[in-house]
Ligand binder design. Structure first.
Ligand SMILES: Nc1ncnc2c1ncn2[C@@H]1O[C@H](COP(=O)(O)OP(=O)(O)OP(=O)(O)O)[C@@H](O)[C@H]1O
Length: 348
């Protein structure tokens, strides 16, 4: 299995730069998510990897084989990659087995080898008993598993997935995430997964490339993105949390409770460093609790089953999200302890 190298890849459509000098080193068998808001260039990057779109600049390599550069363009069918689309792209007039076998027929596989490969691919996504059905007789999740089996049948080195769960409802998405995990575990193929859903990317990927306006904003594991987001923009995109201004620290530094609380109570002119505070690092106390605490007022309390989500207004005017075990009345005063904060780069 070969690794995938994306080196300063750029794609321009006329004046517009859809992907801007993007570089990523993907390890063999790694599960990578390209994550970002609509229009950030995710799909364009995936299409360049697949070979549907030529590059304007840069280079894509699989192992030591150059797939694309300014002077070179290996066609899609010779890249040993397979793509899974949001729309499944199944042939409605063919059986499930024929859909899965279609790319093998294109490669002129026949007879026992053909039948064995189709059966193996269907077994891998737990659809062996559905082989003779038509895709119309299947649920959305089952159709997406047929699409996975079809891409698997060709034994690709790299699987490219373009928002494959976007057409499914929330419950099915959770079940399908499990199918993707299984699929990855069994095949060990390198997977590049495009999504704008951060929770999907966080739960599936080994590493996530966060994209913004065609550029790479951060490239890290889900845990590192959550704990150590580089900028305020990434922080607002990944997980829940509040951005406050503090008179302490510098970008890339974690502030412990004492420094954070001191820095938050400094005068406004000195509070210039943006800090991210996750709700699980906030403790809500009775208003009179402690000299060390910050004061705030409850703006709203929303029941979330296992806890309440509190939107609080600090005396500085800033807002803060906190979790609490019981409901509090709107307008009620509370005292707060903030246990840690992560200092961010200011937004460009
Ligand atoms: N064929 C094209 N011609 C001109 N502009 C294009 C073309 N394809 C994409 N773009 C532009 O490039 C930018 C990036 O588009 P892309 O589809 O890659 O974004 P995306 O992150 O996948 O968005 P979404 O999540 O909405 O699919 C957009 O501004 C889009 O309008």
């Amino acid at each position: 299995m070969a690794g995938l190298t994306i080196e300063r890849v750029t794609k321009r459509f006329g004046e517009q730069c859809a992907v801007d000098a993007l570089s990523l080193d993907v390890a063999p068998g790694e599960f990578v998510a390209l994550l970002g808001p609509s229009g950030c260039g995710k799909t364009t990057m995936l299409r360049m990897l697949a070979g549907f779109e030529p590059l304007s600049e840069g280079e894509i390599r699989l192992g030591d084989r150059t797939l694309a550069s300014r002077g070179r363009h290996v066609p899609p069918e010779r890249r040993n990659m397979a793509m899974v689309f949001q729309s499944y792209a199944l042939w409605p007039h063919m059986s499930v087995a024929d859909n899965v076998g279609y790319p093998l027929k294109l490669r002129r596989l026949e007879g026992d080898t053909y039948r064995r490969r189709v059966a193996q691919a269907l077994a891998l996504v737990d659809l062996a008993t559905y082989a003779e059905r038509s895709p119309q007789e299947l649920s959305g999740g089952q159709r997406q598993r047929v699409a996975l089996a079809r891409c698997l049948a060709t034994d690709p080195e790299v699987v490219l997935l373009d928002e494959p769960l976007a057409n499914l409802d929330r419950h099915l998405r959770a079940a399908m995430e499990q199918s993707f995990r299984e699929f990855h575990r069994r095949t060990r193929a390198t997977m590049i997964y495009v999504t704008h859903d951060q929770s999907e990317a966080m739960s599936l990927a080994d590493r996530i490339a966060v994209m913004r306006g065609g550029r790479l904003e951060q490239w890290a594991t889900p845990e590192a993105l959550y704990r150590r987001p580089r900028s305020a923009w990434v922080a607002s995109f990944i997980g829940q949390g509040s951005l406050l201004e503090v008179a302490a620290g510098r970008p890339g530094l974690r502030l412990e409770e004492a420094a954070l609380m001191r820095g938050l109570t400094a005068i406004a002119a000195e509070r210039t460093q943006p800090v991210l505070v996750r709700p699980e690092h906030v403790t809500v106390l009775a208003e009179s609790a402690s000299q060390r605490s910050l004061r705030a007022r409850v703006e709203s309390a929303t029941f979330r089953g296992e806890r309440y989500e509190l939107h609080l207004r600090l005396e500085s005017g800033e807002t803060l999200l906190a979790y609490h075990h019981s409901a509090l009345a709107e307008g009620q005063g509370v005292a707060l302890l903030l246990h840690e904060g992560w200092c961010l780069e200011p937004d460009a």
